[in-house]
Design a protein around this ligand. Structure first.
Ligand code: PCA
Length: 223
């Protein structure tokens, strides 16, 4: 039988998560990303890549993934224990300032992510549209004005830097603890994995399909 002509590969959405850090045995960001690996969202195939929670190695792995997949959209996820909702990050800043050592025992203090790079990059995701879309779906979400100064901000800045000047949208979403993680931190908020997977899938769909400027709705903070 003649072989069918190879179909052109579907465009890719790159979705990264991190390995566990800080004494945790799981990282919800990777559980979410791996749950969505292989799914089709807005006509694109989601490819999940796990990043080491290390300043140095994280961007090496991320850049290799960008080269390999040439995605049409790239979103990185990270755990932010203590936050109550999916945090759609607005801005990445050009500084590493680690309060705890990373998984390779590195603890950079006041070092730029990219020497000579701009002070900051904005997310190129429609952050307000994503928050509104998730709220409409019953998934707690908010704009966040800072991704911190640890490995997540490092990866977010490196991602925005790598894709600056291209038409590929990219950004970062911090996610809360899972209930089983929060159980050992009295009072800490959490969301079930299924809710977070559903919310991230919807965030990817909105990011891939939104046209025009972002929604002009409030999402600011006083402090
Ligand atoms: N969260 C950390 C790094 C890895 C992760 O999942 C952060 O917020 O920087």
């Amino acid at each position: 039988m003649p072989r069918a002509a190879a179909r052109p590969a579907a465009p890719v959405i790159l979705l990264t998560g991190f390995e566990p850090f800080g004494g945790e045995s799981v990282n919800p960001s990777w559980l979410i990303a791996s749950a969505l690996d292989g799914e089709t969202v807005a006509g694109s195939t989601v490819r999940a890549v796990r990043l080491p929670t290390e300043f140095r190695a994280s961007l090496r792995v991320l850049r290799a993934a960008l080269r390999r997949h040439e995605p049409r959209l790239a979103v990185s996820l990270g755990q932010a224990g203590g936050r109550a909702e999916l945090s759609i990050e607005r801005i990445a800043i050009n500084v590493d300032d680690a309060r705890i050592p990373d998984n390779a025992d590195a603890r950079p203090i006041d070092v730029p992510v990219v020497r000579g790079g701009p002070a900051a990059y904005f997310s190129t995701l429609p952050v307000k549209a994503i928050v509104a879309g998730l709220a409409a779906r019953g998934v707690p979400a908010a704009v966040s004005q800072t991704a911190g100064t640890f490995v997540c901000n490092h990866v977010f800045y490196g991602l925005q830097h790598a894709l600056a000047g291209t038409r590929v949208r990219s950004g970062f979403v911090h996610v809360p603890y899972l209930p089983e993680q929060a159980a050992v931190w009295p009072g800490a908020p959490s969301l079930p994995l299924s809710t977070m997977v559903d919310g991230v899938r919807e965030a990817l769909r909105i990011a891939a399909t939104h046209v025009g400027p972002d929604l002009k709705v409030g999402g600011g903070a006083i402090d």
